[in-house]
Write a protein that binds this ligand. Structure first.
Ligand code: FE2
Ligand code: FE2
Length: 277
């Protein structure tokens, strides 16, 4: 069981966001902005999955999960609130969020389905965010120094994603979710996640007027496939999810612990939201 603290981040999200806030880099800015666009809707889905999964547990198992689920819900609710403020600035810049509309449409297909499917999808997404988070925490310099506030936002979010990476997975297991469905959902989530992230990044670049610049894609290739590229470094931890004996705890979380320990001045712990019995 993980002890999850809900933290209020001490950043001012009312101030506008620069067009290329991420180290002056068009590609990285567009990619991070795309990810931010997916959070308010996606994280609500994760909250609903975990809440509904918790309710399906027999009472004797609920006690083991109660505090952790409260922490998970509180953390994700805080993330989505701040990313909604972030996204409002992007909208003012003329960027259009099409990722959310596609995800909303897919959600219709899941209505009425076994909660284990919801949790299988959530656990797969949480694995994605956890390995991406660990990458971010190890490569914080790639966020640049132009906007300390956004750098803090991304690293805090990363630290908490790494912290709560087991919750959906453990609930899925506790409800008897199978290995076969777990990996099946990971394959599908990977396909959707990569396609959506690419489409939204391209759309952001097109509206930014930097889609056809050589420098954009040179930077993109280096950020994704370079020696310390995102894809280069996360491929192995992504693949480990397919092992029958995989558990998120097997992957290192020390970068998250370290960041939270050394950035206590950036947040204050707050009370947790309540999960009904
Ligand atoms: Fe989150
Ligand atoms: Fe999460």
């Amino acid at each position: 069981m993980t002890d999850l603290v809900v933290r209020r981040l001490l950043v001012d999200m009312e101030q506008p966001i620069a067009r290329h806030w991420c180290a002056g880099d068009a590609f990285r800015t567009a990619l991070f902005n795309a990810l931010s666009m997916s959070f308010p809707f996606g994280e609500q889905f994760f909250i609903d999955s975990v809440r509904n999964g918790f309710k399906e547990l027999p009472p004797e198992k609920q006690e083991r999960f109660r505090a952790e689920v409260q922490g998970f819900v509180g953390q994700e609710a805080t993330h989505r609130r701040l990313h909604a403020l972030y996204n409002a600035h992007l909208e003012k810049q003329g960027l259009v969020n099409s990722w959310e509309a596609r995800a909303r449409e897919r959600l219709q297909l899941l209505q009425g389905q076994d909660v284990r499917h919801w949790l299988g999808i959530t656990a797969a997404n949480e694995h994605f965010t956890a390995i991406f988070a660990d990458f971010m925490l190890h490569n914080a310099d790639l966020l640049g120094d132009q906007d300390e506030r956004l750098k803090t936002l991304w690293l805090w979010h990363s630290a908490e994603e790494s912290e709560h990476k087991c919750t959906a997975f453990d609930l899925y297991q506790a409800l008897g979710g199978s290995h076969e469905w777990r990996v099946r959902w990971m394959r599908r989530v990977t396909m959707f996640f990569l396609t959506d992230a690419l489409r939204q990044t391209v759309s952001n670049l097109r509206r930014d007027g930097t889609l056809w610049k050589w420098s954009t894609w040179r930077s993109g290739a280096s950020y994704l496939f370079g020696k310390r590229g995102l894809v280069t470094l996360t491929y192995k931890p992504w693949k480990e999810y397919f092992r029958r004996d995989f558990h998120p705890m097997q992957q290192d979380s020390s970068a998250s612990v370290r960041w939270l320990e050394t950035h206590g001045d950036k947040f204050v712990p707050v009370g947790q939201s309540v999960v009904p019995a």
